[in-house]
Design a protein around this ligand. Structure first.
Ligand code: TXA
Ligand code: MG
Length: 335
């Protein structure tokens, strides 16, 4: 049975003990909920892949209590240390070459490891409790089925994974809604010049200011990263991105075809009929915080189409735009 429990100190201790026994635990981070396992245990990490339904060659992020614990997994180097100092605990994942002692179960066959120290108090308490039990780090992808919308509430995790937990996942720590709402920024430091693998919770220009050099865009040879697949983060209802001033016409067109659609945008579209409308936030950080919960709520309405307003240009919207384009890619690819 999968139980969802408030993340009080007793539940956190129990969660750490479960991790040490090789069980899975889902826990909140400031970005999204993670599906955690002892990163040093082959069978525990294998259970993550099973419960999530994720291809085995997609590496996981190893979560650590601090930069010192990260150094056990791989040499952060001067750039990594500077970034860890500036942004950890926080929504930044660093990819570095794996140390000789670090097991590669979570690394999808790569000679590198992705490391992150999360800022959520529950995640940090869990990582520290696990370290006291002798653990080195907690491998955790987002706690959703592969390809789907990441969870930003404990209830999302239960809805996605209860049917697949199969005895491996018994506990979800409930730490409330995630504040950032989008996954961490991923920077690859293992290939010489730093590469931005995924935009996310820390804006790229802040990272560039600390490094004193530009981040390169990721190239086609980059190792597989699930979050960088063209179609990902997708609800079941097809998502379509539409310019704000074309939304009303598109809603009318779909209604004319007998299709039921919802619109998620910052201003009520002047559309006839009964299209469902939800107000999106004007501020990029608040938009990001609500994105996955909003997509899940609209998905649950069982409509034919979710229309989301195409977002403004500008770096502040990069991470949200990235996720929405991937959420819409399945539809774009089939249209
Ligand atoms: O905010 C986050 O990053 C959340 C929370 C739970 O920490 N985690 C998350 O994990 O988004 P996941 O597994 O859904 O996405 C992690 C991404 C994947 O696309 C994975 O392929 C990439 O990080 N990654 C991890 N280690 C890597 C490595 N050694 N080389 C290349 N990519 C790596
Ligand atoms: Mg994910």
């Amino acid at each position: 049975m999968l139980s969802v429990r408030p993340a009080d100190p007793m539940a956190i201790e129990e969660a750490a003990a479960r991790l040490a026994r090789g069980e899975l635990v889902a826990f909140p981070t400031e970005t999204v909920y993670g599906l955690g396992a002892d990163a040093s245990s082959g069978p525990a990490v294998a259970a993550i892949y099973r419960v999530k339904g994720r291809p085995a060659d997609h590496p996981l992020i190893v979560h650590v209590a601090d930069a010192a614990q990260a150094q056990w997994w791989g040499e952060l180097g001067a750039q990594g240390l500077a970034l860890a100092q500036a942004f950890w605990p926080g929504p930044l994942t660093l990819i570095v070459r794996r140390s000789a002692q670090a097991p590669g179960f979570a690394c999808g066959g790569e000679p590198t490891v992705g490391l992150r120290c999360p800022a959520h108090p529950v995640a940090l308490a869990l990582l520290r409790a696990f370290a006291r039990l002798g653990g080195h780090g907690v491998a955790a992808p987002s706690a959703n089925r592969f390809g789907r919308v990441s969870p930003t509430r404990a209830a999302h995790v239960a809805a996605d994974l209860a049917a697949h937990a199969a005895g491996a996942l018994g506990l979800v720590l409930d730490g409330g809604p995630c504040e950032v709402g989008l996954e961490s920024t991923i920077v690859d430091l293992s290939r010489g010049a730093p590469v931005l693998m995924r935009p996310g919770g820390v804006a790229a220009d802040r990272i560039e200011r600390v490094l004193g050099c530009p981040l390169l865009p990721r190239d086609a040879q980059a190792p597989r990263a699930s979050g960088t697949l063209a179609a990902h983060y997708a609800p079941r209802t097809p998502v379509e991105l539409v310019d704000g001033d074309a939304l009303a016409a598109r809603l009318a067109e779909l209604a004319g075809q007998g299709r039921r659609a919802a619109a998620w945008c910052r201003h009520r579209p002047d559309a006839p009929g009964s299209a469902h409308w939800e107000q999106a936030e004007d501020d990029p950080a608040l938009f990001a915080r609500d994105l996955y919960d909003g997509l899940r709520r609209l998905d649950a309405l069982g409509l034919d189409r979710i229309l989301v307003e195409r977002l403004p240009a500008g770096a502040a919207w990069d991470a949200v735009r990235d996720r929405l384009e991937r959420a819409a890619a399945t539809f774009a690819g089939s249209a």
